[in-house]
Each structure stands twice: as structure tokens, then as C-alpha cells.
Design a protein around this ligand. Sequence first.
Ligand SMILES: Cc1cc2nc3c(=O)[nH]c(=O)nc-3n(C[C@H](O)[C@H](O)[C@H](O)COP(=O)(O)OP(=O)(O)OC[C@H]3O[C@@H](n4cnc5c(N)ncnc54)[C@H](O)[C@@H]3O)c2cc1C
Length: 337
Amino acid sequence: MNNFGYLRAGDVAEAVRAGQAPAVRFLAGGTNLLDLIKYEVEQPAALIDINRLPLRTIEAHEGGLRLGALATNAETAYHPEIAQRYPLLSSTILAGASAQLRNAATNGGNLLQRTRCLYFYDPASPCNKRAPGSGCGALGGVNRGLAILGASSQCIATYPGDMAVALAALEARVQVSGPAGARTIALADFHRLPGDEPSRDNTLTPGELITAINLPDEDFSQHYTYLKIRDRLSYAFALVSVAVVLRLAADGIIAEARIALGGVAPKPWRVPAAEALLVGQRPSAEAFGAAASRLLAGAVGQGENDFKIELAHRAIVRACWQAAAGTPQSQTDKHIR
Ligand SMILES: Cc1cc2nc3c(=O)[nH]c(=O)nc-3n(C[C@H](O)[C@H](O)[C@H](O)COP(=O)(O)OP(=O)(O)OC[C@H]3O[C@@H](n4cnc5c(N)ncnc54)[C@H](O)[C@@H]3O)c2cc1C
């Protein structure tokens, strides 16, 4: 058993101050962190409980919405304004985990959930993300669920979450408070590729606390979808997921397209050049196929996960059709038609 300290932070300043100590972790819903502690993947010196901080509000902000870091995934998905104005986000959150988990999981914690790579969860195995310099068991090992894009020779883990994939397509911004003050990070810059430092999943600096996630004032409520392909129809992480938002002109021509992939890379994966291929086009198999090929340019399998390249191509094309037709994937009837 590993002893650890516990502090219940009274305000953001106290949390940030305490968060600067070595090996401390913020505790939100605890649905990922406590598992990691039980598996001895994380061995924090202290937990800073942030649950009493006033960061649970969902409110109007610069024409868009500000989601408190401590609003739960359920509160966020079922918030009437999110369901109406940002249905992609509601749908994506509801594709994840289970009702019980979504009631406990918070928006901030969701962004920071860690990979589901088996080697990361097994302290007896080599894993450069968990124990820098120990090697990567997944290379040449069990890698069916792992990355085909953005990996390195040090790490092929994926970022497992759903919500961040929708937030990437919506171009959300993450608001943080830290020892150097407050700053805002574009979602695209929030998670990082492993390179030769896989232990760092994101661009937060020590002691930085997520306080909110800002959704811009944009309307993609007509043409959107979140298509999640997984081994079973619920309570499973994505093998491949695709968030698509489109803006169609009155004549049906695509005026704007955003496509983000989940389950295939260490971060939500967007390729602006692929999206640009769709602008000025009519929805068609050729246009969507070309965008999919561009998105997946450079994709590499590691053996067991080779199938993901073709699966992702097909999922992208299907998701684009669903978005164009305005018939998004239902997250309550999860059968894929
Ligand atoms: C069985 C199971 C199935 C799941 N399935 C899915 C799924 O299909 N899709 C999906 O997306 N997710 C899934 N999840 C993951 C789940 O969504 C996350 O565990 C959850 O969102 C994490 O939020 P939390 O508030 O519990 O975070 P915690 O566990 O409390 O924290 C996670 C990490 O974030 C840090 N942290 C938390 N809040 C902040 C903050 N405000 N600022 C800075 N750091 C912070 C913590 O220190 C910790 O490192 C699943 C989880 C389980 C256990």
C-alpha cells in the first residue's frame, strides 16, 4: 500500500499553489485516477480534491458557451443549450463510457484521461509513457487498439477519449489557471504527440488546473455526426471514431468541413488540408474518399492494428455521408446502418 496525502482545495488559488508540489494530482470524478492508483500506475504523493471549487457552471460566453471543468459529462450532454446548439458534443459524450460513469466523470478529467494501452496499465511491462526509458511493449506486442497515426518509436498509445474528438471539430479552447496566471489553449494544441517524451500527454505545465472549456459561437447543428466503431455497441473505447461537422450552402455545395478522428492517434486527429479538399464540392463518394485518403496519409499499422487503416477510411466516408444528409449517428440506437 502506498500512503498519500489529501487536501480539499477551498479555491482555485489554493489548488494551483498545492498543485506545484512534486507528484501531486488533482482529484475530480476519480474515475480514471483512482483506477490508476489501484493499478500502481500512478503513485501520487498527495491528492488535491478540487470537487468543492466553483467550476461546475455551464454558461454563456462570448456568444458561445463556457463549460465548467467540474460539470459532469452527463450534465454537459443533457444541457438543453448544448443539445440544441452543439448536438455533436452531446452525441459524442453519450457515445462514451456508461451512464454511471458519465454522472461522475468531469469535463476537465475527461480531457486528461490516460491511454488504455495494456502495457501502460501493467507495471510489470515496459512502457515509456509510464516509466520513461523502459521501452515499449506494444511495439511487436498486443497492439490491436493502438495508433496508426502520430506514433513514435517510443510509444504507439492512443488517446482514448470521445469528448475531445468533438471538441477538436468544434475548435474549443481550454481555459487553465496556473502558477504563471491564466491562459487559454486551443484544443488542437492541448494534447501532444509522444515523440521522444511519451510520458507527457499534454501541454499543461506543472500546477496548471483546467477551469473551463469554451465553445465558440458557431452553428453546426444541422450537419454533424459522431460515428464510433468499437468491439461492442456500448461501454467500450473507440477502435476508430469520426466527428464531422459540415456547413452546406443553399445549393448543397460544402462551404466548410471539419473532420476529427479518435482512437487512431495519441491526440484527436485533424488534417486541415483534407478538410479543404471538400470545400466547394458537392457531397460525393469521390470527394469523401479523397478527404479520407488525405486524412490517413502516412498511416502505419503495427501488425495487429493494420485493419484500422481501412476501417478508418470507410468510417470517415460513412460519417461524411451521415453529416451531409443531416441524419447523425444515434447514440441511443447504436446500430450502425
Ligand atoms: C470502465 C470505463 C469505461 C470508460 N469508457 C469511456 C469511453 O467509452 N469514452 C470516453 O471518452 N471515456 C471513457 N472512460 C473514461 C472516463 O470518461 C474518464 O475516466 C473520465 O472522463 C475522467 O474524468 P474524472 O473527472 O473522473 O477524472 P479523474 O479520474 O478525477 O482525473 C483524471 C486526470 O485528470 C486530472 N484532472 C482532473 N480534473 C482536472 C482539472 N480540472 N485540471 C487539471 N487536471 C485535472 C487528474 O489529476 C487525473 O490525472 C471510461 C472509464 C471507465 C472506468
